[in-house]
Ligand binder design. Structure first.
Ligand code: FAD
Length: 308
C-alpha cells in the first residue's frame, strides 16, 4: 500500500517541485547520493574503485520536458566522461543513462531526440575507454527503450540494456538478449506496473528473476545481476558455477549506500561488484523509489529534512 502511494508520488510533478525546493540533506547525501557535482561523483567513484569495486555513475534526472533540458543532461554526461578519461578511470567507471532525461518522452520526435543525445554520450564513453548502460524506466517505455538500445548497439556494441523481472515480457526479452557481446542488467523493477503487464511484488517477481537469471547465465552474453537480495545473489553464484562461467564473465551490481559491507565482502570473495552511484540535484524520483523499496528510508529522509 505505502509502496504504491510512494511510487505514485514519484511521478507527481507538484510534489516533486515542492520537494526539490528543499536543499539536499546531509543524511540523504551521505547514504544514497554521491553529491551534487561531477567532482563529487568522481571523488566517490575513486573511493569505491580504491576498494576494488566497479562503478556506474548516474546523473540524476528524468522526464525531461524540453529539448534544451535534454541537451543540458548530455553536456553533464560529456563533462563527467571527460573527467573519467582524464582520471584514467576508464573501464572501471561506466555511466548509466535514463532515456527520459534525454528527451524520450517529448511529444513528436522524442525517441529520435533521445537517440541523438545518447549517441553523443556513447561516443564520449568510448573515448574515455568505457561503456554506457541504458536504465529501464516504467513499463510504457520498455519497447521504445529496447529499440533505442538495439540502435545504439550498431555503432556502440557494448551498450548495456536493463531488464525488469517484474514484467511478464522479460523472460522472452532475456532469451532474445542472451547472445554473445550483449550486456544485460537484470533487476526486479522499481516502478509500479498494472497486473496485465507485471507480476505482483514479492514471490512472483522473485521467481521470475530466477527464471530470467537462468536464461542469462546459460546464454553467451554478460549478465549484470543487480540485486541486494541475498537469496538471489546466492542463486546467481550457483548458476554461474553450474554454467562454468569465469569470474570476469558476469558481475553483481548494487546501489550506492545499500549493503556496503556486503559489496566489499563479495569483492574480497573474488566477485566483480559494480556500484550504481547517482549524483546531481534532481534527486526526487530516485529517492522516492528507494523509499518505496524500504519504507525505513522514509524515516531517514524525514529526519534528514527536519534536522537542518
Ligand atoms: P528487495 O527484495 O527489494 O531487497 C532485498 C534486500 O535489499 C532488502 O531486504 C534490504 O535489505 C535491501 N534493500 C533493497 N532496497 C533497499 C533500499 N532502497 N534501501 C535499503 N535497503 C534496501 N530498477 C529499474 O526499474 N530500472 C533500472 O534501470 C534499475 N537499475 C538498477 C541498478 C542497480 C545496480 C540496482 C542494484 C538496482 C536497480 N534498479 C533498477 C532497482 C531494482 O529494480 C530494485 O527496485 C531494487 O534493487 C530493490 O530490489 P532488490 O533486488 O534489491 O530486492
Amino acid at each position: 500500500m505505502l509502496r504504491t502511494v510512494l511510487l505514485r508520488a514519484a511521478g507527481n510533478e507538484r510534489i516533486k517541485d515542492a520537494a526539490l525546493a528543499v536543499p539536499l540533506t546531509r543524511a540523504v547525501v551521505e547514504r544514497f547520493i554521491a553529491g551534487e557535482t561531477a567532482e563529487d561523483a568522481l571523488a566517490a567513484a575513486r573511493r569505491l574503485t580504491d576498494d576494488g569495486l566497479l562503478v556506474t555513475v548516474d546523473h540524476l534526472g528524468e522526464h525531461t520536458r524540453e529539448r534544451a533540458a535534454a541537451e543540458r543532461v548530455t553536456v553533464a554526461y560529456l563533462e563527467l566522461l571527460q573527467a573519467v578519461r582524464t582520471a584514467g578511470l576508464g573501464p572501471q567507471v561506466e555511466v548509466s543513462v535514463k532515456l527520459s532525461a534525454l528527451g524520450q518522452l517529448l511529444p513528436g520526435d522524442g525517441e529520435s531526440v533521445a537517440v541523438e543525445q545518447a549517441r553523443l554520450i556513447c561516443a564520449a564513453a568510448r573515448n574515455a575507454g568505457t561503456t554506457v548502460t541504458v536504465d529501464m524506466e516504467d513499463h510504457t517505455t520498455t519497447a521504445s527503450t529496447l529499440a533505442v538500445v538495439e540502435e545504439l548497439r550498431q555503432d556502440f556494441p557494448q551498450t548495456g540494456a536493463v531488464l525488469q523481472a517484474n514484467l511478464r515480457r522479460t523472460e522472452a526479452d532475456c532469451e532474445r538478449l542472451a547472445h554473445s557481446g550483449s550486456r544485460v542488467r537484470l533487476c526486479k523493477g522499481a516502478y509500479a506496473s498494472p497486473e496485465e503487464v507485471a507480476y505482483r511484488p514479492g514471490a512472483e517477481v522473485d521467481l521470475s528473476y530466477v527464471r530470467c537469471l537462468r536464461v542469462l547465465m546459460e546464454g553467451l552474453g554478460y549478465p549484470m545481476v543487480a540485486t541486494h537480495d541475498p537469496r538471489l545473489v546466492a542463486i546467481a553464484q550457483d548458476l554461474a558455477n553450474r554454467n562454468h562461467r569465469e569470474p570476469g564473465s558476469w558481475e553483481l551490481q548494487m546501489l550506492h549506500g545499500i549493503r556496503p559491507e556486503e559489496q566489499r565482502r563479495l569483492v574480497a570473495a573474488g566477485h566483480q561488484v559494480r556500484v550504481y552511484l547517482p549524483y546531481g540535484t534532481d534527486w526526487y524520483g530516485y529517492m522516492v523509489r528507494r523509499m518505496a523499496e524500504k519504507p525505513a528510508n522514509l524515516a531517514l529522509f524525514l529526519r534528514g529534512l527536519t534536522s537542518r
